[in-house]
Design a protein around this ligand. Structure first.
Ligand code: UDP
Length: 486
């Protein structure tokens, strides 16, 4: 008798690098288990992931991209609105304006190809309704762990930030497994009264209740209390399949192309790794703020002086163009000790390098998870969106990091205070130097890293999470196609 046809799953990543990288990794993991995987992507974004997908396909995995035109000629949208990383932060709102325009293409392609399941980013709520029409399950991908998702849920439901008298007055985020405090300044705009986004969130909420559950890039050991909270409070199931950067590393595609397919990224990879090879174990601080955050010249200057004063070797990824901000004589003074990298750096490979001992991070979810996976203590420097929530996990719950600067942060450009060189140097010292506090953080970070690596191995919790998810899809398929039952 012929074996059953493979399951076919469509993956639809949102147009932000930090959302695309992990969902493409998840598609590769599905393909490695024999699931026929298709990634729906727009032309400009395809350029970011095509090499990764091709490498996986060349190694024999059943995976491909399916490119849909966007912006369509009738949308009237300017080019460049389809990847948040290509927009200056002040224009990132354009993504929210552009997103609804992809709905017809999603609808059409899903109805045409009729996959057995859809794993779509939380920004595409309509995929729930198409999936329901087709009688197939839709799973949500948030590009976040459950910790920040539960925090947002509590904030939305309980509105504790509206009960305090000022932006710097701490309040408790109610009913969470840990007592977490925040100040209003740390909240994303949509929680601070941007009603347009608030309304979009309501739509998302309505669609999510029709989604079968969430696929989480995290491992349950790090967030088990939150998985339970999520199930009880939101009545939503979750499947933990991460850290996907670790899991996908073994799946036939080198990390070299992960998220950075251009020649500059390839050159940076060779340069960074050979530079690290010459450094002492655990001696280097790696400094990177994700795929799209930017700083003022004034802040970059303080950062340079801070890294210089801290005295440890550093590898610093600078996304901003120009170098007017560079302090006089900086490059000569730090020569050999500091490497400033422009453009895309091979972050996962850097974090895994034996010479790296600490990570200064903006606390994007992927970066947090990659830092945890590498077993590194962190200096946290959240800048916007849910990064302040992720920071609470690193500093308050896992206790593997310290803040770059004390005092309230802010998500609003005009409220952002400059972190001065001395503050940054002090924070770097607190994680890199020896002493009781640093040793404690390093020990806990190593333990978390070990647990993360075990989770993605055969028999580990996330390995099993993926098996369970695929079985769930197979069960739906068998139920709706009884003739294919063996
Ligand atoms: N990244 C990288 N090289 C860079 C900058 C970023 O490889 O120079 C990767 C990083 O490893 C992570 C992702 O890009 O997987 C950034 O996602 P994150 O959630 O940390 O931040 P975002 O870019 O969404 O703010």
């Amino acid at each position: 008798e012929a074996p059953p046809a493979p399951l076919r799953v469509f993956f639809i990543p949102f147009f932000a690098t930090g959302h695309m990288i992990p969902l493409v990794d998840i598609a590769r993991l599905f393909a490695a288990r024999g699931v026929d995987s298709t990634v729906l992507v727009t032309p400009a974004n395809a350029a970011l992931i095509q090499a990764t997908v091709d490498a996986a396909a060349d190694s024999g995995l059943p995976i491909r991209t399916l490119i849909y035109p966007f912006p369509s000629s009738e949308s009237g949208l300017p080019p460049g609105v389809e990847n948040i990383s290509a927009l200056p932060p002040s224009e990132s709102y354009k993504i929210d304006v552009a997103t609804p325009f992809v709905r017809p293409a999603h609808d059409r392609l899903l109805r045409l190809h009729r996959p057995d399941a859809v794993v779509a980013d939380v920004h595409f709520p309509w995929t729930t309704f198409v999936a329901r029409d087709l009688g197939v399950p839709r799973f949500t991908f948030q590009a976040l762990g459950l910790f920040p998702v539960c925090m947002m849920n509590s904030l939305f439901t309980n509105l504790p930030h509206l009960a305090v008298a000022g932006d710097d007055v701490p309040f408790l985020v109610p009913n969470l497994p840990h007592p977490i405090h925040m100040v209003r300044r740390e909240l994303p705009d949509f929680l601070r009264g941007n009603t347009q986004i608030g309304a979009a969130m309501d739509d998302i909420g309505a669609a999510e209740s029709g989604s079968l559950g969430v696929v989480v890039n995290s491992f349950v050991e790090m967030e088990s209390a939150y998985a339970e909270y999520y199930y009880k409070t939101c009545n939503m199931r979750s499947w933990f399949v991460g850290p996907v950067a670790l899991a996908a590393a073994g799946q036939g595609s080198s990390l070299a192309t992960r998220g950075g397919d251009d020649p500059i990224a390839a050159a940076n990879r060779a340069r960074c790794l050979s530079w690290l090879d010459a450094k002492e174990p655990k001696s280097v601080v790696y400094v990177c703020f994700g795929s799209w955050s930017q700083f003022t010249g004034e802040q970059l200057r303080e950062m340079a002086l801070g890294l210089e004063v801290a005295g440890h070797p550093f590898l610093w990824v600078v996304r901003d163009g120009g170098d007017e901000w560079m302090p006089e004589g900086f490059e000569q003074r730090v020569e050999g000790r500091g490497l400033v990298v422009r453009g895309w750096a091979p972050q996962v490979a850097i974090l895994a390098h034996a010479a790296v001992g600490g990570f200064v991070t903006h606390c994007g979810w992927n970066s947090v998870l990659e830092g945890v996976s590498a077993g590194l203590p962190m200096v946290t420097w959240p800048l916007s969106t849910e990064q302040f929530m992720n920071e609470k996990l690193v500093v308050g719950v896992l206790r593997v990091g310290v803040r770059a600067a004390e005092g309230p942060g802010s998500t609003l450009e005009e409220e952002k205070a400059v972190v001065d060189a001395a503050e940054l140097a002090r924070a770097v010292g607190r994680v890199m130097d020896s002493g009781e506090e640093a040793e404690g953080m390093k020990r806990r970070a190593r333990e978390s890293g070990k647990t993360a690596r075990a989770a993605v191995k055969e028999g580990g919790s996330s390995h099993k999470g993926l098996s369970d998810l695929i079985e769930e899809i197979r069960a739906w398929h068998t139920f709706s196609h009884p003739s294919s039952k063996m």
